[in-house]
Design a protein around this ligand. Sequence first.
Ligand SMILES: *Cc1c(COP(=O)(O)O)cnc(C)c1O
Length: 454
Amino acid sequence: MKKLSPLQEKDLKYIFHPCSQMKDYETLAPMVIKEGKGIYLTDEFGNTYMDCVSSWWVNLFGHSNSRINEALITQVKKLEHVIFVNFTHEPAIELGERLISVAPKGLEKLIFAENGASSVEIALKISFQYHQQKGNPNKKRFISLINAYHGETLGALGVTDIDLFTSIYKPLIHESIKVKGPNCYSCEYNKKSETCEAECFEHMQKIIEKNHEEISAVIIEPMVQGGAGMRIYSPIYLKKLRKLTKEYNLHFIADEIATGFGRTGKMFAVEHAEISPDIMCVAKGLTAGYFPMSLTLITNEIYSAFYDEYQTGKSFLHSHSYSGNPLGCAIAVETLKIFQEENILDMITKKSFYLKKKALEIFKSHPNVGEYRQIGLIGALEIFVNPKTNEGFSHNERAGFEIYKIALKKGAILRPLGNVIYFMPPYIITEEEIDKMLTICKESLDEYIASRIN
Ligand SMILES: *Cc1c(COP(=O)(O)O)cnc(C)c1O
């Protein structure tokens, strides 16, 4: 075991990290980050790393962003928190007004929570309760896609389909109906997602037609299934889903937790399909990587099913002690102001164009890359031992993890998803930094392949 710093030793003494086998830290101790500035993080030894994954997909405008720092400091001097039942405050009201003005049409009310998984819980609960109160007591189930990721609390795990997170908890989980969704890397219809008609929607169509009487909602990650390995698909799929869910009185829940706030090149990914969901979950980019806060947006139609005399018992009971926290709201307001005042969506378009051009130059004919795909500022490489024969790296080889470790030594954080390496940088990344990120990625991949052969 490498010698640990005193801080690393203490960390391992007290802390159980998320999404980790703690024993792995014997070979790679947790890095103690002392400072963040822009897209860079600096550790206790003074090494700097490019944050190519936006600190788990949350950061938008860089670490220690001066505008957001200022908004936070101003707010904390006025009011840090207040109970959100019977009380409210300006930052929450301003956030409501600003967000509703940019949200997909028809979403008009917001419900606060503290993380993405909780916003999914709210979406599921409110959809279920809506149908109960509307006289459809049989609508008790949900539909979600195979390989979906919607968070890791027990309710959210019910609609998630990634074994790593779900399998041990199966006895505790209320399972949704899992439907085969788009799989554009190896399309069963031999189509391309840019030109197809989302033929794969037929699986969803069959399930909905057969089961709609007992279905409350369909939940989906619009345009890209993140946890599945950044699987990008056609907006036509979403259009078809919108049409059918309307026809059969099912809620369309858009989980925009990863895709919201410009990540796919539009403010919200459902805009690629020009549709509006009934319920939309946002978190991650909502506070630009600064604060744990999430929102579930709903239509007035849903809201009105809960609006009645107290004695009817139709209230929606879902609360968290930090619901509507003013610091989070002030940060989210500033985030939306930055979008508007600094033309962030144009900036994303330009940078994603550059990223795509450069990434294709490097990876299109790379012998270990099956595909480079991208939407907005999400880029992903599907890596193989040999893509021509579909020979992949075995699960236990942990190729992604090994490449991650090599890239770290070179100064870039490139956290893999299985055998997919992805780029999800803060929007402020420069063209030079994009070049550097891609170079480090290529070198790390090549070094890993070489070490494997030797
Ligand atoms: C991250 C994520 C979640 C869960 O959000 P947390 O804040 O981590 O609980 C849910 N759905 C999607 C699509 C996500 O990317």
